[in-house]
Design a protein. Structure first.
Length: 644
């Protein structure tokens, strides 16, 4: 916390107060103020400000001038009538008001992220815990009007028992889980960097990811995946809203402060329902000991939530892994870059980490994931998929029960039409942690490729019960669609209007319902959002068909097919949609050609192919029946292998 003039500045909470009134700051104005306040009366050059506030951008000096002007207007003048920010001609700026650093004794745990080590430590003995329990009971005392009501002793005693039992159930994670059968839900938010230094920004998200990964083996805990929390990087947070958005009852927040080789990490574990801190603590360590943080934080979360571990889970958490500090930094940087979709640079960082520490399984698992994403989203083709498989195999050779490697590898196998290899990996992962939402989602994904449509829907629904946001914006439960449950499919899609993939599938569901006008509108919207997305291009072709311009739509489909062939992209499910579009637009030859490629590449949901109305134009073609028989044989073999 910083005080100057009439202001209190709380960087961790992204909050500036003038007296008791909050002052709204844009992100760049906030960052400018942070740099100037931290530098105090020292001259801050224009170059330093641009480097720290716009670290990865090329900006003109005018941007700096405009934001400095906006900051001056917000601050006004000091008590003696001077501006808070002095211009040093041709050099830069100086913050002229005296700045005092302060530490808050207590913090509002849910209105914003605060310093977890401020205030008293958590209870350490029975006396303190009893005092805390009394405070909780106090909050449940009836209002005065109720206290005036005279109850008979037996009724009063019964009510007391009910209240006490309710409180015990409400505040006991283990008992509540035993009664409800549902695991505790937790989101580990990206740690806040208290120094606006671009060089250390990667630590906030990657350390949260390390804790999330560590907790992935705990079956009493449903932990939100890293991709669900990455949007909160560097953001001022309303924790009640975050908890609601992520549908969790517990949050872990933290801050990072680095000074050279010294690192200060503070955390607090918050029960959102009771507005209480279950644990708070801080770690002072050297940067080279960064690897120990994930173990320490994970251990405190287990204790704070009073979770019961099986022997195998306890063994996973106690497993000590070693990796050189430099190799670990490359690993963390790679994880952070992956979260920004910079897959090529993430790959370089992770490859460098494997060179320095070839026996660290997690690096190989994440390297395989980065190769897969680069092959799929950046059209890296078959070579990248092979590198991904090699990396996953290396990870599992080093650590056979590594959950992340199994999930990522199974996803790659399904994407590339090898579901028979994906399913055993996922079933083994489920045995390790049956409450891991992403495992169930990937099982649902694999099952639908093989035509086990009801099983696919069941797994997808189970995944969404564990985590309502699992793969919400990047994947859809197509099992509903393939079963003809169009209303259920449309209801399962997120209510967002800014994602091309979701807009395409919303249009696709409407197309099946023969709501041509709305289907065309959604297809066109998907194309506007991301015209390079293959699904959006297929949707555009279908939209042109709706508008009685089939030849233009067929030209788009031919271009998409050509790109897939040139780039060596597999994705048999997306390929199948090209066949569907060709069929409804009247090009039977192209439809049969692409349909064959889709089945040969590993998309064989025979029950769906047997009834799909979009293929009706092909059903009298001899070749179609031959292809359908090929899908039936592989589907039956899959059933015999995994559902006998």
């Amino acid at each position: 916390m910083y005080e100057f003039g009439k202001f209190r500045f709380d960087p961790a909470n992204h909050r500036l107060l003038s007296g008791d009134a909050p002052v709204a700051l844009t992100p760049k104005v906030f960052e400018l103020l942070l740099v100037l306040v931290q530098n105090g009366s020292r001259l801050t050059t224009k170059e330093e400000l641009i480097r720290r506030v716009w670290p990865n951008s090329v900006v003109e000096e005018a941007n700096l001038t405009v934001n400095i002007s906006a900051l001056r207007k917000l601050l006004g003048e000091t008590a003696d009538g001077r501006p808070y920010i002095e211009t040093v001609p041709k050099k830069g700026y100086r913050f002229v008001a005296p700045v005092t650093e302060v530490r808050e004794a207590a913090a509002d745990t849910l209105n914003a992220v605060s310093d977890p080590v401020a205030g008293p430590p958590p209870p350490t003995d029975n006396h303190e815990r009893s005092a805390n329990s009394a405070a909780i009971v106090q909050s449940w005392r009836p209002k005065k009007a109720w206290r005036r009501f005279r109850m008979v002793p037996s009724l009063a005693f019964l009510l007391a028992l009910v209240v006490a039992g309710s409180l015990l159930l409400y505040h006991s994670p283990s008992l509540r889980k035993a009664m409800s059968g549902e695991p505790r839900s937790l989101a580990v938010l990206p740690f806040q960097n208290l120094r606006a230094n671009a060089e250390n920004e990667f630590l906030g998200f990657s350390l949260a990811d390390a804790v999330i990964t560590k907790l992935g083996y705990v079956s009493e805990l449903s932990v939100r995946p890293s991709y669900a929390v990455q949007r909160y990087k560097g953001q001022a947070l309303d924790l009640r809203r975050v908890a609601s958005d992520l549908n969790v009852d517990t949050l872990l927040t933290g801050t990072i402060l680095r000074e050279g080789d010294d690192l200060r990490i503070t955390c607090q574990l918050i029960d959102v329902r009771t507005d209480s801190i279950l644990w708070k603590g801080g770690f002072d360590l050297k940067y080279e000991k960064l690897l120990t943080v994930q173990d320490s934080v994970a251990d405190q979360i287990i204790k704070g939530l009073a979770l019961t571990l099986s022997p195998s889970e306890a063994a996973h958490l106690k497993r000590g892994e070693t990796i050189s500090p430099l190799a670990y930094e490359y690993y963390l940087r790679g994880v952070d870059l992956y979260s920004t979709s910079d897959f090529p640079v993430a790959i370089k960082m992770l490859e460098k980490s494997t060179e320095l520490a070839p026996d660290y399984a997690l690096t190989w698992a994440n390297l395989g994931k980065a190769y897969t994403a680069n092959a799929s989203f950046r059209f890296g083709g078959g070579e990248q998929y092979q590198k991904a498989q090699n990396a996953f195999e290396r990870a599992l050779a080093l650590q056979p029960d590594q959950i992340d490697a199994r999930i990522y590898m199974a996803n790659m196998f399904t994407d590339t039409g090898r579901v028979e290899k994906a399913v055993p990996l996922l079933r083994q992962a489920v045995e390790t942690n049956p409450n891991h939402a992403e495992i169930h989602w990937e099982l649902g994904y694999a099952y639908r490729f093989a035509g086990m449509l009801r099983e696919s829907v069941s797994e997808s629904e189970h995944a969404r019960r564990l985590d309502p946001a699992v793969k919400l914006n990047s994947s859809t439960p197509n099992g509903y669609l393939y079963l003809g449950q169009y209303d259920a499919f449309l209801a399962s899609l997120p209510r967002t209007d800014d994602l091309a993939l979701i807009a395409f599938y919303r249009g696709f569901g409407k197309y099946y319902q023969r709501d041509w006008q709305e289907a065309a509108r959604q297809f066109d919207h998907a194309s506007e959002l991301d015209a390079s997305l293959f699904q959006a291009q297929i949707g555009k072709a279908l939209s042109l068909g709706i508008r009685h311009r089939p030849s233009e739509g067929l030209a788009i489909l031919l271009d998409v097919e050509t790109k897939i062939n040139q780039l060596g992209i597999v994705d048999p499910e997306a390929t199948y949609k090209i066949a569907q579009a060709n069929a409804v637009l009247g090009d039977k030859a192209s439809a049969l050609r692409v349909f064959k490629r889709s089945i040969d590449s590993g998309f064989f949901p025979y029950p769906y192919l047997l009834t799909d109305p979009l293929l009706d134009n092909l059903r009298h073609e001899p070749e179609f029946n031959h292809l359908l028989n090929s899908a039936r044989q592989r589907h039956q073999a899959f059933v015999a292998a995994f559902f006998s």
